[in-house]
Write a protein that binds this ligand. Sequence first.
Ligand code: AP5
Length: 210
Amino acid sequence: MSIRRLTLLGPPGAGKGTQAKMIAAQNGLSHLSTGDILRDEVVRTTRLGLTAKGYMDRGDLVPDPLIIEMIKGRIAGPADGFILDGFPRTVTQAEALAEITALDLAINIDLSRETVIDRLSSRRVCRGCGRIYNLLFGPPTDAGRCDACNDELFQRDDDKRAVIENRYDVYTKMTAPLIDFYRQRGLLHEVDGSGSTEAVLAEITTALLS
Ligand code: AP5
């Protein structure tokens, strides 16, 4: 596969994390999720984590300079390629990324506001391995436990309805303009996120091979 530096765009709950994990595993790419990195900083109560927590709990974006500094070294690292999940999220971040490295492709996973709210309200995540479940669309075999590592499943603090709605509004205002940003640069590929996980993966895989 010649495409080895890509980003997944899309509203909260579009399936970026679900798809990025599978694409990374199938193609030997590093999965770089700014949301996961920030949540780890919060758990470790680092200075960045303490600053980021307030923004994340409200569903607002963490300020650009903090995010750009956080991701810089990580992008430079993986020689075999990477898939970005949740970055860039503003035009400022996209411009900073273009100075660090050139992307091969930006895939936008499109999903309606109603489906975003349904999916995020019923999302659960494994505390041990980070596997993502959905109580409505992809539940675990044993309620509350991870199929892969048997650790406990939890609901993210920002998956409460009011916070989900703010995250979607912030996405529309701050991140949706990146669709045109990458379209104008000939790097955009659009995918319908409303199908099954397998159907979305098949669409993305086709885009990566074309
Ligand atoms: P982040 O963790 O990146 O959250 P997000 O972008 O809002 O995206 P999500 O992780 O909520 O959703 P997803 O698209 O990955 O969907 P998932 O695969 O889980 O960011 C969190 C916060 O960190 C931000 O609000 C911000 O404060 C901060 N932050 C992060 N990056 C930043 C940046 N660059 N700049 C500034 N601040 C930043 O799927 C969702 C659910 O749907 C799951 O339950 C899943 O099982 C289910 N599902 C997935 N696909 C399907 C399908 N095809 N059919 C049915 N169900 C499905």
